[in-house]
Design a protein around this ligand. Structure first.
Ligand SMILES: Cc1cc2nc3c(=O)[nH]c(=O)nc-3n(C[C@H](O)[C@H](O)[C@H](O)COP(=O)(O)OP(=O)(O)OC[C@H]3O[C@@H](n4cnc5c(N)ncnc54)[C@H](O)[C@@H]3O)c2cc1C
Length: 493
């Protein structure tokens, strides 16, 4: 077995692992970072940018939210069911983290709140401008994967600091001696085993979005049946299992819930085109929330998760489609194509012909309900009631904004099923505000740290979208905190 030795071992080179590696190396530690895949950056390569409060970008935009206000907002949102000290330290560090990234060469387009929704779609009217959207490679409009430039710059910085990356070398086990973490066992792709010794180990393996069995056991969702989450290859929950085996306390993991279509990236026009405040019903044909809220992907995901069959149905008619084609969507998102209704019809025809399961079209409402699998009777009753409210100009049931009260009357009618989705899993490893791993009795395990989504227990039951960019924000800042503290424990000055 190959032997290695260093001060700090970082398990994984995703977003939090990179932050931890850099912070530990900047604090004077020798660092070895083991990564399962052949690239760094993990799920962060799919995203657009992190949260921060008090950054130079915000100051330039005259965004005057303070870390203390963000902290209080976060704790109010989570009903104080999460570790206030950790949340506080995260927000107070986050502004400086943007400066830290900018010094590495990361550029930001600006600070935004999630989704450019109309003020009338209430969820984001109170959203804060915390989402620091990374400037994509080569410039242009930011979209999915913009944050790749950030992970590349961080990898470069880690290399410059002398961090040793062991790529395609997954860690299998934490070595524990006398109750202390003293290293790891890893295996190369060729099957060679490595025993690496260190004074501190930081676990950052990104959760279990790619592990259907664990998703079912821990959260009750059935992968690709009741949840269509992003399953970034390799996110198997390794870090959680290794930590629990080493004696870490367990917090209840959740899915970072939202809603999305199966294989959504290949049906992106359709997904965006239906994310409108039209008519949304459940399998019984009944409305279940004011549709002016559906831009809040977290709340809508929560609502769908409680419906029969965990599925919703978004429906519009040809008059609405005509209106959106002419005037643009009621809800424009930063994520979906900017030319939504230019690209919609081609994708719709293609997917209809291919039998893409979530969608159907019909000339009558009865036929639409039958094709979609909605109760015909319930749906016809609902449409009658809804159309009467539209005529009266007031939504008697949910008080949806009047602006969106458009009757469903002119065929062809369009329907798209809406399923729960998730960016991945959240939480599982109990940590304190210094990101030190604790036992179920809240005793610190010497030498063991965790950061990123493996240890992200700070959202309570729902992602706080009013403070957007929060997952990457927590990953970066918990990674930095872990790297600094692990180096302090490991390095004798
Ligand atoms: C499509 C998409 C868009 C997103 N957009 C945003 C956004 O705009 N803003 C935001 O805040 N968040 C966003 N997120 C969420 C964010 O990207 C993730 O929460 C974040 O990257 C998680 O960081 P992490 O360090 O915990 O894990 P990751 O960055 O996913 O890294 C985990 C790493 O662990 C490695 N690994 C796994 N097991 C082992 C092992 N045994 N040994 C060694 N290595 C291992 C993996 O290969 C991977 O590299 C998005 C997510 C997705 C999927």
């Amino acid at each position: 077995m190959k032997q290695m030795e260093t001060d700090v071992i970082v398990v994984a080179a995703g977003l939090s692992g990179l932050a931890a590696s850099i912070a530990a190396a900047e604090s004077g530690a020798h660092v070895i970072t083991f990564e399962k895949s052949n690239t760094t950056g993990g799920a962060a390569n799919m995203g657009m940018g992190p949260l921060a409060v008090g950054s130079p970008i915000q100051k330039a935009q005259m965004v005057n939210l303070t870390p203390g206000e963000a902290f209080r907002k976060h704790m109010f949102f989570t009903h104080y069911q999460v570790d206030a000290r950790l949340v506080r330290d995260y927000y107070f560090k986050s502004g400086s983290t943007i400066e830290w990234l900018m010094e590495m060469g990361v550029e930001f387009v600006g600070a935004q709140r999630a989704f450019g929704a109309d003020e009338a779609t209430r969820p984001y009217a109170d959203g804060e401008f915390t989402w620091h959207v990374v400037k994509p490679e080569g410039g242009g409009a930011p979209g999915p994967r913009a944050a790749t430039t950030m992970t590349k710059a961080m990898t470069q910085r880690a290399n410059d600091l002398g961090v040793t990356f062991m790529m395609e070398t997954p860690v299998k086990k934490i070595i524990m001696e006398d109750g202390k973490a003293v290293g790891v066992i890893a295996t190369t792709n060729d099957g060679e085993e490595i025993e690496a010794r260190s004074k501190a180990v930081i676990i950052c393996t990104g959760g279990f979005g790619d592990n259907p069995k664990m998703i079912q056991e821990e959260t009750g969702f059935e992968f690709q049946k009741t949840i269509f989450n992003f399953a970034i290859p390799g996110m198997k929950g390794d870090g959680l299992h290794m930590a629990w085996e080493a004696g870490a306390g367990k917090t209840q993991p959740t899915m970072e819930l939202m809603y999305q279509l199966p294989d959504n990236m290949n049906h992106f026009y359709i997904e965006g085109a239906f994310r409108q405040p039209c008519l949304w019903v459940n399998r019984l044909g009944r409305r279940f929330m004011p549709e002016d809220q559906i831009a809040n992907t977290t709340f809508t995901g929560n609502a769908i998760s409680k419906l029969p069959g965990k599925v919703a149905y978004a429906i519009f008619d040809s008059k609405m489609l005509k209106r959106w084609k002419k005037h643009g969507p009621d809800i424009a998102s930063h994520i979906h194509p900017h030319d939504l209704y230019d690209g919609f019809e081609a994708e719709w025809e293609r997917d209809l012909a291919a039998g893409y399961e979530p969608i159907c079209q019909a000339d009558t409402l009865e036929e639409l309900a039958e094709k979609a699998g909605i109760s015909v009777e319930g749906f016809l009753d609902q449409v009658e009631e809804y159309n009467a409210d539209c005529d009266a100009g007031f939504d008697e049931i949910f008080e949806k904004n009047r602006h969106y009260m458009m009757p469903i009357e002119k065929g062809p009618f369009y329907c798209c099923k809406q399923y729960c989705g998730a960016y991945g899993s959240l939480g599982g490893i109990l940590i304190d505000y210094k990101t030190r791993v604790m036992t179920n009795d809240y005793d610190v395990i010497p030498g063991l740290y965790s950061a990123g989504t493996d240890a992200c227990n700070i959202f309570g039951d729902s992602y706080p979208f009013t403070l957007s960019g929060n997952t990457m924000g927590f990953c970066l800042n918990s990674g930095r905190i872990a790297g600094e503290n692990a180096a302090e424990e490991a390095v004798e000055y």
